[in-house]
Design a protein around this ligand. Structure first.
Ligand code: 48H
Length: 256
């Protein structure tokens, strides 16, 4: 016999247990694109209590769609070993250029991150941060559907030692901090420098250089790092995104 109310209770109890246990954590990541998933994987694997809030229904961000909806991604030599670490199959197309299925890559990153202990809350958006004096102290979250329905519903606040902006091109969390701090970011102008047009080689290098703290306790990785510090875009090559998430996890581990 199958009882519907038991199914409901199982889902509600299990989810709420995770949510309640997440009100205080080491690290909160906004955005489940490749860089956010990688950062979360490495942090959770080392035992840091790490949460990830993703606005959309599914993790993967811009990776699932590959290049112009052709569901393939390219990864360069430098990040080849990360494909192996995540069990993402690939083949060498030309020397130094590896091609992988973008759906497999997304699924493998998500699977490994979850199994490493990363708590992913999908359909939830980071809409603000908690501040103390001049540093970030956590994230302010709400159901993504609240904004979509244009409802006026107050959010909830989750504390963490570090917040990571992995929201990709729009670098949403940094935008909020830029506006509300009156332009006091750790960039040369104190403001978001803005993403530049495509130059894949330079962009891949700068993604790593730009992976760093942008405001006390707020860090950027992936495409958000280039948008914030003024690097170019790179198109559907994803080595920089994977390496950026890994690098940021290492930086954050040293800090906390
Ligand atoms: C919660 C949010 C919020 C919010 C957005 O864009 P992404 O895939 O991010 P990255 O940086 O890991 O990867 C970038 C890559 O996909 C890409 O776009 C490349 C390589 N472009 C090159 C080019 O030339 O165009 O994922 C960001 C995720 C998405 O899933 C959003 O839904 C989510 O963040 N998100 N989640 N709260 N406020 N804003």
């Amino acid at each position: 016999m199958i009882e519907e109310t038991i199914i409901s209770k199982a889902i509600i109890e299990s989810y709420l247990k995770d949510l309640l246990n997440s009100v205080e954590s080491d690290v909160i990541i906004g955005g489940a694109g490749p860089s956010g998933l990688c950062a979360g994987y490495y942090l959770a694997k080392k035992g840091y209590k790490t949460l990830l809030f993703e606005r959309g229904l599914k993790p993967g961000g811009g990776m699932s769609g590959g290049g112009m909806m052709f569901n393939r991604i390219v990864v360069q030599d430098e990040a080849r070993s990360m494909l192996d670490e995540f069990d993402i199959r690939c083949h060498e197309y030309k020397p130094g250029y590896y091609i992988a299925n973008s759906l497999e890559a997304t699924a493998c990153l998500t699977d490994k991150a979850l199994k490493a202990g990363l708590k992913i809350f999908n359909l939830v958006s980071v809409e603000d941060v908690i501040v103390r004096e001049n540093s970030v102290n956590g994230a302010v979250i709400n159901w993504s559907s609240v904004k979509m329905a244009k409802l006026h519903i107050d959010p909830l606040a989750f504390k963490s030692k570090i917040v990571i902006d992995a929201t990709g091109h729009p670098c949403e969390i940094t935008h909020i901090v830029e506006t509300k701090s009156g332009g006091k970011l750790l960039t040369s102008s104190g403001k978001i420098e803005g993403e530049k047009s495509m130059w894949a080689e330079v962009a891949e290098r700068l993604t790593l250089e730009n992976t760093k703290e942008v405001y006390p306790n707020l860090y950027v990785c992936g495409m958000a790092a280039n948008a914030v510090f003024g690097g170019p875009r790179m198109g559907p090559i994803f080595g920089g995104m994977l390496l950026s998430g890994k690098k940021l996890a290492e930086i954050v581990m040293k800090k906390i």
